[in-house]
Design a protein around this ligand. Structure first.
Ligand code: LLP
Length: 421
């Protein structure tokens, strides 16, 4: 069972909440991202409930799904945002998130992004290097402001997940090395335009084992103690995101409560306020990517293919991380076949599933690629001249178009060529 999954069969047709997916495809075309607002809300509530006992503040990591309506859904529940660029900050503000609830991260912030964050009045910026700390100080000085800064520490904990999404290891580019901390504290003492307000970490994504959080938090708490002894009043301990979801019902995710059960007793006695930055956990299972079967084919080895109208340009996760996504036929089929579900892009990595048991659907029927809400639409591209798909949000029986399908004109709108002028 996928977590907080509001996609279910009503009779023989797959529905999102109270809306039939076939009707949605008819009204909006395919490929189409369909998001359940109720599922977003249920995931947020589950997260909040798990960490209820700990004074904390949750900042949705908008990189997972930055659609304005998704951000707004969380903002209306009192959730803040973690942003990683000027563009994400722009989106968060546009969606109505108040700056005091936004934290600004990123390993390579440009001066203009630092300026934008400071001018907007975000809660804090995270510094990921000594040079960046100096840059924040300089820009804050030009604005005659004092910047609230958290230091992102690289705790040197290698969380077991896909190697492309582990971030707390000293091999990786993220955060400040512990060995540099004396210099960091010294800088905070004499740079006039920065205040140290937080310690921060993010050890990776889709982490199943609470032990990695425990190991990294232990390090952060020791640094918190040491900084108190040095006279710093640190308000926030930012644990980052990374909490797992179930993509494959045969590999269920560790419940978020198990993480809470380990972390709460460690942190509660310190009295520090915790920030969490869940992305995937809040959105992954709230969306499906709806796609139409264009062609079925079978090769001389007997291998079957469903060629569908969505591909790696809409959901790159299987190609990039070999990640598993369930594929369901929108019309329920008793008879199944073993097939590859592949897209129209000219790359062999353009697949959603390989050698998978799928309902024996006909050409023209619909498939739903499940758990597509996190790092789906946001990682989409125009490769092969493909148009980014439309996105709809369902709430009960209500349906809202929350992103229009791109057009051919939009594909070339920023290009300059004499004959076009
Ligand atoms: N905070 C920071 C500083 C991050 O870098 C990230 C994710 C998060 C929070 C949210 O992590 P989450 O709770 O979603 O695991 N594209 C990859 C995932 C990349 C994650 C990048 N950073 C994927 O599709 O699996």
């Amino acid at each position: 069972m996928l977590d907080n999954n509001l996609f279910h069969y009503t009779g023989t047709t797959l529905s999102c909440d109270e809306v039939n997916l076939e009707e949605l495809a008819g009204a909006f075309g395919t490929p189409l991202f369909v998001t359940s607002a109720r599922s977003l809300i249920a995931s947020y509530r589950a997260f909040e409930q798990a960490f209820e006992a700990l004074p904390h503040f949750t900042c949705y990591s908008v990189k997972a799904n930055y659609n304005l309506s998704v951000i707004r859904t969380f903002a209306e529940l009192g959730c803040g945002c973690d942003v990683n660029s000027g563009g994400e900050l722009y989106r968060a503000l546009k969606a109505g998130v108040v700056p005091e609830r936004i934290i600004f991260a990123g390993v390579g912030k440009k001066p203009e992004e630092i300026l934008y964050a400071l001018e907007s009045g975000v809660l804090m910026l995270k510094a990921e290097s000594l040079s960046e700390l100096k840059a924040i100080n300089r820009i804050a000085g030009e604005l005659r402001k004092k910047a609230s800064v958290a230091i992102r520490i690289n705790p040197d904990v290698t969380a077991e997940t896909h190697p492309y999404i582990t971030t707390g290891d000293s091999k990786e580019k993220f955060g400040i090395d512990e060995a540099e901390l004396p210099e960091v504290f010294a800088l905070f003492r004499h740079l006039p335009h920065v205040t140290l307000t937080g310690l921060d970490m993010h050890i990776g994504s889709q982490i199943f084992e609470p032990e990695y959080y425990v190991a990294a938090t232990t390090k952060l708490l020791a640094i918190l103690n040491a900084s108190k002894d040095m006279g710093f009043a640190i308000e926030y301990l930012d644990i980052g995101g990374g909490f797992p979801v179930t993509y494959d019902p045969l590999k269920p995710a560790t419940p978020v409560r198990n993480f809470a059960d380990r972390l709460i007793p460690m942190i509660l006695p310190t009295g520090v306020k915790v920030i969490f930055e869940p992305g995937r956990f809040l959105v992954a299972n709230a969306s499906v990517l709806l796609t139409k079967i264009l062609y079925k084919k079978r090769n001389h080895t007997g291998k079957e293919f469903f060629v569908v109208d969505a591909g790696m340009t809409e959901l790159i996760r299987p190609a990039l991380y070999q990640s598993h996504h369930e594929v369901q036929t929108v019309t329920r089929h008793e008879k199944t076949i073993i097939a590859d579900v592949v897209g129209p892009v000219c790359e062999s990595s353009d697949f959603f599933a390989r050698h998978r048991e799928v309902g024996d659907a006909e050409e023209g029927e619909l498939l739903a690629v499940m758990s597509s809400g996190a790092y789906g639409a946001v990682m989409s591209s125009n490769y092969n001249g493909r148009l980014r798909p439309a996105e709809v949000m369902v709430n009960g029986s209500e349906v809202k178009l929350v992103r229009k399908r791109e057009t051919f004109e939009q594909l070339v709108q920023n290009e300059l060529m004499e004959e076009l002028e």
